[in-house]
Structure formats: structure tokens, C-alpha cells
Write a protein of this length. Sequence first.
Length: 377
Amino acid sequence: MLADRCTLPGSVNNGRAWSDISWTPNPRTVVGRGAGGSPSEGDQDEIADSIAAYCHALIWAYTGAHASAVLATTIMNAWAVGPNAVQTHLFDTATYPEGGILSGWTGGMWPRAAEIIRYTYTPGGSEPVFDAAGFAAMLRRTVFPNVRDGWSGGGGSWLMSMAGAHIASAIYCDDHTELAAGLAQFRAWLPAVIWMPGDVNRWPILTGLPVSPAGTIYDQPTQTSAGFTAYWQNPTSSPPWPAGLMSATGRDPTHVGMTIASISNACETMRLQGVDLWSESADRVSTAMELNAGYLHAAFIDGNPTPAGWPFTQPVNTSIVDGVHRVTWRAGYNHFVNRMGVAMPNTSALITDFVNPATMVANPPAAFEGLTFPGTP
């Protein structure tokens, strides 16, 4: 973690180590993110600053380095209450269609730093005081409006990132109404992100197809079978598909990993709140992890981009090598294998052979999980 560096070209801190004590926050009052990150108006600075704040909060928590607690506080105060504090994430279908996923990424990352600093850091002398209330107000401005209703366009990694951000931000804000909404989203969307035999679509025209993502354009009585199957990347056969197939399986490993990470972090966060999402979703999530880890190990390690049972005409997208590196799968692996003793040979092999050698360790919705989930109680 100390050695890893920012690789977001739109950030003023690009190329700098996350742990650099000279890290300088660069907040914007209005942040926008277009399709594929273009236009990019402050989004990469906010993503980078949220990761850096979390990095320094972790340094403080693990080593007691007071200067890092001060810097984490400085970064968060700059975005929450400083003269250029962010007021909104632009989100519309024309120019800024990725405002929702931006709120999902930052709304899941900011609270991790804020929870640590709020409860463990005491400033001395002229050191900055963390404005916990101001930070909650920032989350209310930038996160809740964009994640509360999901996204009409669907997309599994989006849906899980937004639900996870809704949950994490609601807990930070101590808002039981928003938390209940985030949990409802998670529970409604999960079957539309990971397919399991027995899932039933509520629209007769889609009988036999997986559950539609609630509240999205796919959850409509006029949806066609062809249009909905495209959401699942056009598997070559009708269901039943392989148990654990994800809406991102046929897309690329980046979105598979990001989806798994968002699901796992939501479950782990709620575990700390006394709600056992892990048990509720154990079969679905562990099955998806094993199926997809097997596919990715076969493609990247064994050199077989069309593994046995692969239900698509297109091969595994091995051009995106860093996707699995960035999002390490470790929170889910830690729960099922380390905590519960579940045998997950495919996931174990993927982490050993493909995730561990990673040089990229920070990317929303996961960051530094090789450090934080090596075998947590």
C-alpha cells in the first residue's frame, strides 16, 4: 500500500504515491463524469482523493503515524466543507451519464476513511478538526440523490456499487431510512446480477429468463427476450445457464471483479451492523465467485480463453489484464474461506496465481484489500 501510486491521469496527484504526505487535495464544487469518463470534470480528482484519504486513515490506524491522520482529515474537510467543497455530482443521460457510478465509487470509499478518523483521531494544537457533520452533509448532497433510485440503464457493477455506497453512506450518516432503502436495493438487485436456477422473472414475456433488475429499463412489461438477454451479454443457450453466471461474466474481468467487490463490501459492512447479508446471499455469491474465478484462471493462467462450460461465443476478454488485479476478491474470499471454512478452490487459485502478483491495489470499489482482508476475524 505504501508503494502503490495513483494512475488517474485526470488527477493533479497522478503518479504520486497514495501514501505521500505531500498529497494535495483538489476539490471542485461541481463534479461531472461523462460516458467512459469523458468529459471528466473533477471526477478523477475526487476518486483519487477519496482513495488517498482512506490510505492515510489506514496508515494512521496500522502504524499510529499522526501526520497521516492529519492529512486524511485535511483531504476530507477540503471536499466536505472547504471553500471549494463539492456540492453536486452531475448525473443525466446526455452529458454526464456516469454521475451515478461516480457517486457509487466515492460514496463507498469516502466513509471508510471517515469512520476511522471520526472515532480514533484527536487533533492537537492547531491541527485540523475533522468536520464529521459537514462530511455527512456532503454525502447527503452527492451520494444519496444519485444512488437512491439506482440507474434506469441497469448494469450489474453499477447496481451493486450504488447499493454498497447507499449502505456505507447511510451508516456514516446514522440514517436508518436511507439504510433500509440501500438494503432493499441490494436484496432486490442481487438476483438480477447473479443468476441461480429457480430465479423467476415477473414478466410473462420473459418467462424462463433471469430476474429483471428492479426499477431499471429491463424491469418493464414491454421488454423483449432479445433485449433482456443482451443484458446478460447474450449467452449462447437458453437458461438454465451455469449457476452463478453474472451479468458481467461475458463482458470483461474488470466488471466481474468490481461487482464481486461491491457485493462483498456491502455484506461485510452490514455484518458489522448486525445484519447477516453474508448468510442471506451465501449460496449465490460463493457460487458466482467460484464459477467466474474458474473461468478467469483458465483464461489468464491456463491460456484457455474459452473454458469448459463457457456459455458465450465471445471468449474471456483477456485484453483487460489489470481488472482482476485492481479488485482483489479478498473480502468475499476472507469471509467464505477464512471465516467460514468453505472450500473455494477456484477462488483460492485465482488469488494465488493472478491476484497476488498485482501491482495495482487501489481502484473503487475496492482498495488495499490485501492488507485489510488477509484473514480477519
